[in-house]
Design a protein around this ligand. Structure first.
Ligand code: CA
Length: 397
């Protein structure tokens, strides 16, 4: 099982290698999970059963006030949709999350970096209906010979002083624990797996057979960018992502409304059961799911909550929404802050993640809530991080 003592002990010292371009396993785990850790520390599995969450949902839904209606542009799509994409009309909307959502996890801080609610305008754009799939990423790699960061062997030059035995390509993989554990040390359920990468999601013994339509994972930011460029697309800004995820609705907790399971129906692939021991798979999937297994949102987008986190092009700053709100005007096509800054890890360069993953649960994360934010160090992938692309409207003939 994955426990702290299974990690290469000398490798743990590499935590001090801040400022390098690439982070081997221990640093990788820290970077990917940094945002989650705060929640894990604060919110234990004893927070309450799902029924509590659903009561809180009702409270949250009735106490919202900062959201104003979404005003979609009336301009039609500039042409026929590129394959696999839908037109997101653009317009003005209320972005972010408020205190009401925090009650879902019974802890402070879940939505803090997504506050306050502020008005944003985005131009219309095309967006991939689904996360990028293994079969698509395979086409890209075959056409270009691209090698992802997780497949590259870390070099001595990148990590001077690292013991040679630690300079091995790989990525971080989630592993359930044998029994309940305090949620204050993610080394208990994340491990660096040598040979793990997009072709081998759980390590060298695993492969993509039958997983063609699963979202590609173990994708670092430069990998996602390289794919997007090849495809004639780009990564979404955080504002584009949230406008699209809300699907024309305003102020809802989720991409589909205020109930996690409307009419008892699961709407996303998340984690059920006691984290990180046993995912009961009540939503139909214990672990990653193929794309588009749940209903699309109002704009025809699948999996804008759960399954895999998605990269956005914005640098992450915890105070960015507050900065925009303080300007007092509608923020037009915001591109993110000039520089990254995460107070929890000030030396790491992080970009925004959105949407949550199959590992998110009311016990500590709940960031399948549409207005909440995630973040990750740019060279770090894991088996619950993927992406989807967008395309500027004018670029389509
Ligand atoms: Ca699930």
């Amino acid at each position: 099982m994955s426990t702290r003592k299974n990690l290469p002990q000398r490798g743990r010292q590499q935590v001090t290698f801040h400022g390098t371009k690439r982070f081997p396993w221990v640093v990788a785990g820290v970077a990917v999970m940094a945002g989650l850790v705060a929640f894990m520390l604060l919110c234990s599995p004893s927070t309450g059963p799902a029924s509590t969450a659903s009561t809180n949902e009702k409270d949250a839904a009735t106490t919202k006030s900062a959201f104003a209606p979404t005003i979609p542009d009336k301009t039609p799509a500039p042409g026929p949709a590129p394959q696999g994409m839908v037109w997101i009309p653009g317009g003005e909307f209320s972005m972010g999350s408020d205190e009401a959502g925090e009650s879902l996890c019974g802890l402070p801080g879940v939505t803090r970096d997504a506050q306050p609610i502020h008005r944003v305008y985005v131009d219309g754009f095309w967006m991939d209906k689904t996360d990028v799939r293994n079969e698509q990423f395979d086409q890209f790699v075959k056409a270009t010979g691209y090698v992802t960061i997780a497949e590259r062997t870390p070099t001595k030059e990148e990590f001077p002083g690292a013991p040679p035995e630690n300079l091995v390509a790989g990525s971080t993989v989630f592993t359930p624990t044998a029994g309940p554990v305090p949620l204050n040390d993610y080394f208990q359920w994340w491990r660096y797996e040598k040979g793990a990468n997009w072709r081998h999601p759980e390590g060298s013994a695993s492969d993509l057979k039958g997983r063609e339509k699963y979202p590609v994972v173990h994708i670092a930011y430069p990998d996602a960018e390289a794919y997007a460029k090849w495809a004639g697309k780009r990564l979404p800004t955080e504002a584009e992502w949230e406008f699209a995820a809300r699907g024309g609705l305003s102020g809802k907790l989720y991409a589909w409304g205020d109930q996690l399971k409307p009419g008892g129906k699961w709407m996303a692939n998340i984690y059920e059961g006691q984290f990180p021991v046993k995912d009961t798979g009540d939503d139909g999937f214990a672990g990653l799911a193929p794309v588009a297994q749940f209903p699309a949102n109002g704009y025809g987008l699948y999996d804008m909550a759960g399954n895999v986190w998605q990269w956005c092009s914005d640098w992450y700053r915890a105070d960015y929404f507050a900065t925009l709100a303080a300007q007092g005007a509608v923020a037009r096509n915001p591109q993110g802050p000039e520089t990254p800054y995460d107070p929890a890890e000030p030396t790491e360069k992080k970009r925004v993640h959105r949407g949550g993953s199959f590992l998110c649960t009311y016990q500590y994360c709940t960031r399948y809530m549409v207005g909440t934010r995630g973040k990750g160090e740019v060279t770090t992938g894991s088996n619950h991080l993927g992406f989807r692309c967008v395309k500027t409207g004018e670029a389509v003939k």
